[in-house]
Design a protein around this ligand. Sequence first.
Ligand code: ADP
Ligand code: TRP
Length: 345
Amino acid sequence: MSSTPRLRSLSGIKPTGQPHWGNYFGMIEPAVRLADDHDAFYFVADLHALTTVRDREALQRDSLGIAATMIAAGLDPATSTLWRQSDVPEVLELTWLLGCVTSMGLMERAHGYKDAKAKGKDLGFGAFAYPVLMAADILLYDSDVVPVGKDQVQHLEMARDMATWFNVAFMGAPAGGTVEDVKWDGRMLKKPNALVQSRTAIVPGVDGQKMSKSYDNYIAIFASQKELKKGVMAIKTDSKGLEEPKDPETCNVFQLFKLFATKAQQEELAAKYRGGNFGYGHAKLELLALAEAHFGPKRARYDELMARPDDLRDILAHGAHKARSVARPVIERVREATGLPARTW
Ligand code: ADP
Ligand code: TRP
């Protein structure tokens, strides 16, 4: 009996500190859900982390932390593939080959580069080349869908552009064709689509800006109960008094509450906001209860996994082996197309 092969979902997350609610709702949760009916390929982006991390113990600890997070969030490492980016060195080879067809114009339009330039910061070559390594991550595994938060969409578009240029330059795709004209025929680099959940595209932080490690406005997924409470209590609100009616739609606490709540729970809380005599402190306690109910059991699983680092290392090593068996034929067909010799070792 023949069955259609499952589409491959692929994504990566950097081991740069503790994952937060933005990472969870923007990427981790959708990625875990996709694993139900996709060939799930997820990795710890340690090479990308090295554009900023300068602490070897932290890199190692956080890499295991990302693996444990994905599993605690529900990813089954037996049926999906979970690995460390640096364990598949072919990704660096593809980075170079893609770099050879990538224009400076495209690289200079990257948000990360433009922001750094606008702030007068020296970006560093690794951070400048970041989108090329990310394109290689995606294209090396013939990925179909890439679950990410909205901030990564430009990187996905760049990856698609690089695939087109590579296909035109080396794979016999028609020059001048649009991105969509170049059909994947099993020889070319496959162009993936970003998958952004509209509801969680940009999760706000405690200050209302996008939640991010770099803005220090985040709540960690597996924060202890005490830290979780501290995080929730720190959410900024306006200064309306207890008795005044309040607008849920402009309130940060309510926006975060929505991530965890059913429609009925959202309507109930919205009515309390509008009714007055309900303070932001009360709303925060309701958010805290839902967040604890959601993350409490996962935190326990995370703690268990982190207590057995060797098991996590084994899972990642096994994942690297599976990932590499997909990467190898791709890099071979790419080498052949460019004129590089087939590997004899
Ligand atoms: P950070 O911005 O905190 O450094 P990362 O760059 O490591 O986070 O992001 C990892 C994944 O989480 C990416 O897919 C990214 O789009 C997603 N993500 C990060 N922050 C948010 C957010 N506030 N809302 C939605 N998705 C997010
Ligand atoms: N750049 C992504 C981030 O900051 C992480 C990442 C690296 C990634 N390689 C990827 C995401 C490939 C999706 C696909 O979050």
